[in-house]
Design a binder for this molecule. Structure first.
Ligand code: SER
Ligand code: ZN
Length: 504
C-alpha cells in the first residue's frame, strides 16, 4: 500500500491498527464455529518510506483479496483520521490462490492474467503478479478461479454424448420419398445458393412454402395463445451477449459488425478511387476506415427481447408477458456444419418469448406443446418426436455438459422437436433433424437483465425457436416436392403453389 507521505514514523500506530484489523474486519462474516485462522490475517508487515508491505494469508471464508480491500478501507480511514495521511494505491505484488479442482485435468490448462498455473493432482495453485486493485474490485480473481474450474470440467465432458431423453414419439408414418429436398429443389430452380457462405435465395415456390409455415405458426400456435408481435433490430451489442453468456459460449459463431470510423466522404476518397480504378475492394484501406466491431448480427432473437425489458418494472397484470419476433434473421457462422436449407449461416425463425411466474410458464408450456402437436400432426402430418436435451442457454453459454435438472421434474430445460429425414438413412441409425425447440430458462435472463414485476413476483422466462427452414426441411424431406402428395390441411393454407421463374 502506497501512502501520501513517508510513514516510517507510524510504526506504533500501524502495529495497533493491524492487530485490530486482524481481530475485526478481516474476520467479519466467518460462519460460527469456524476457526479465526480460516478468516484472513496479516502475518507480517514492514514499512519502506511511503510504502507499507503486507503479507496476508487466508482460509476459504474471507478470500485474501477481499481481505485486502477491507484492510485498505480500514487503514485508509483510520490513518487518514488519526494521522492525516492518505492511502494512494494498493497493488498485490504476488497473489497465490490455492484451490481444489473438481477433477484431475485431462490436459494442460491455461488462463490469461496469470503469472503461473501449477496443478498437482486436484490441487491448483494460481499465481498472479502485480495485480491492480481495480482488477480485484471488479471480481476478476474470483472469475479466474471459476473459469479454471469450468475449463477442467469441460475437459471431462469432451467426447461424452449430449444429454437426450425421449418424451414422446408420433409415428411411424409413410414417407413419400427418400431424397434430399435441397438438391432436388436446386435442380428444379426452387432455390439458389446465396451470394455469400451458407445462404440461400428462395424462389417463388419455396418462398410460398416458407411463408405458409410462418402463417401456420402465427395463426395456429401464437395468436390463439395470446402472443403479441414485436419487431426487434438485428444488431446485438456486446454487453447484451455478455449478460446472456453468448460472448463466452459462441463468439466463434458470430458475424461481427463494424461501424465506419467516419461518414465524411473525404476520408473515404482514397478507398473510392481504388474501387473505381481496380474494381476490387482495397482491404487494407478499408480496415483503416472501420472501427473495431462493437456488435454482432442476431444469433437468436430472445436476447434483444430481454434487453427491451432491461431494468423495467412491469405491471403485475401483464404476466405472463407473451411476445414474438419474426423480423430479425439469425446469422451463425457454421463453417463445416453447413448442409442444405437445414444448416445454414442465415435463417428465418419466429421466436416467442414468455416471462412470468414459474407456475404460469409451466402451464404455458403445456399449452404451447399442445398447439405444436396440433400443427405437426394435423396440418403437416410429420413423423416426429420430442426429447429433453442439453438446455440451449447452457450450450450457448459454453456450458455443454452442464446440469440438466433431471431430478427437478424438468421445470427448467430445453425440449427439442426432432423429425425423421428419410434421405439420411434408417430411423434407428440416422440423425433426426431438430426442427424446433422450447425452453424454460428459470430466472437466468430475468436476473441478468434485472426485469421486475410491480409486486416482486418471482419471474422466470423462456423461449421457443420456430425455424422456418427447419419446418420446411422436415416437411419436404418426408412429403416430397409434389403438392399432389402434400396433406390437405397444408394445401388449404398454401393456396396455389406459384411457378418458379424459368431460366435457360
Ligand atoms: N433462443 C433459442 C435458441 O437459440 C430459441 O431460438 O435455441
Ligand atoms: Zn431464445
Amino acid at each position: 500500500m502506497t501512502f501520501s507521505r513517508d510513514i516510517s514514523d507510524l510504526s506504533e500506530s500501524l502495529e495497533t491498527l493491524i492487530s485490530e484489523a486482524n481481530e475485526t474486519v478481516l474476520r467479519k462474516g466467518l460462519p460460527p464455529g469456524v476457526s479465526p485462522e480460516d478468516g484472513c490475517r496479516v502475518v507480517s508487515w514492514s514499512v519502506e518510506g511511503t510504502v507499507l508491505f503486507l503479507e496476508v494469508v487466508s482460509g476459504p471464508h474471507v478470500r485474501a483479496h477481499e481481505g485486502m480491500l477491507r484492510l485498505r478501507k480500514f487503514l485508509g480511514q483510520r490513518l487518514g483520521r488519526e494521522h492525516r495521511v492518505g492511502l494512494r494505491k494498493l497493488v498485490l505484488d504476488e497473489y497465490v490462490v490455492e484451490f481444489s479442482l473438481p477433477a484431475e485435468p485431462g490436459g494442460p490448462v491455461s488462463i490469461p492474467f496469470a503469472h503461473a498455473v501449477e496443478i498437482e493432482g486436484r490441487t491448483c495453485r494460481l499465481v498472479l503478479r502485480d495485480v491492480e486493485d481495480g482488477f480485484i474490485q471488479r471480481g476478476s480473481v474470483d472469475r479466474m478461479v471459476k473459469r479454471l474450474i469450468h475449463k477442467v470440467e469441460a475437459q471431462g465432458y469432451e467426447g461424452k454424448g449430449e444429454y437426450w431423453s425421449l418424451i414422446e414419439y408420433h409415428g411411424p408414418k409413410n414417407m413419400v420419398w427418400d431424397r434430399d429436398p435441397t438438391e432436388e429443389m436446386a435442380a428444379r430452380g426452387w432455390l439458389k445458393q446465396g451470394p455469400t457462405k451458407g445462404k440461400w435465395f428462395y424462389r417463388p415456390p419455396l418462398a410460398a412454402v416458407m411463408r405458409t409455415m410462418e402463417r401456420i405458426a402465427v395463426e395456429e400456435v401464437l395468436l390463439p395463445l395470446g402472443f403479441r408481435e414485436v419487431m426487434e433490430p438485428h444488431h446485438v451489442p456486446f454487453d447484451v451477449w455478455i449478460r446472456t453468456g453468448h460472448m463466452e459460449g459462441v463468439p466463434n459463431e458470430i458475424y461481427y459488425i463494424s461501424e465506419p470510423r467516419t461518414r465524411d466522404p473525404a476520408a473515404w476518397e482514397e478507398f473510392i478511387d481504388h474501387v473505381a480504378i481496380t474494381r476490387e475492394v482495397p482491404q487494407d484501406i478499408l480496415g483503416g476506415l472501420l472501427s473495431p466491431p462493437n456488435a454482432g448480427s442476431c444469433y437468436a432473437q430472445c436476447p434483444i427481447i430481454y434487453w427491451s425489458f432491461q431494468g423495467e418494472t412491469v405491471a403485475d397484470t401483464e404476466f405472463p408477458i407473451l411476445v414474438f419476433d419474426r423480423t430479425a434473421n439469425s446469422n451463425r457462422y457454421e463453417s463445416g456444419g453447413r448442409h442444405g436449407i437445414e444448416r445454414v449461416d442465415e435463417f428465418h425463425r419466429i421466436e416467442p418469448v414468455y416471462i412470468g411466474t414459474p407456475e404460469q410458464l409451466k402451464e404455458l408450456r403445456e399449452r404451447l406443446v399442445e398447439r405444436y402437436r396440433h400443427v405437426f400432426n394435423d396440418i403437416l402430418d410429420l413423423e416426429w418426436r420430442m426429447a429433453w436435451v442439453t438446455p440451449f442457454y447452457l450450450q450457448q453459454a459454453g456450458q455443454t455438459g452442464g446440469d440438466t435438472e433431471e431430478g427437478d421434474e424438468h421445470l427448467k430445460g430445453t425440449m427439442d422437436f426432432e423429425a425423421y429425414l428419410p434421405y439420411r438413412g434408417t430411423r434407428e441409425e440416422s440423425e433426426w433433424l431438430e426442427f424446433q425447440n422450447l425452453s424454460i430458462v428459470g430466472d437466468k435472463y430475468t436476473r441478468a437483465f434485472n426485469i421486475k414485476s410491480q409486486s416482486g413476483l418471482e419471474l422466470w422466462s423462456g423461449c421457443s425457436g420456430i425455424g422456418l427452414e427447419r419446418w420446411t426441411a422436415a416437411f419436404l424431406a418426408q412429403k416430397g416436392l409434389d403438392p399432389g402428395k402434400w396433406p390437405e390441411p397444408f394445401l388449404k393454407r398454401l393456396g396455389d403453389l406459384p411457378e418458379t421463374i424459368k431460366t435457360l
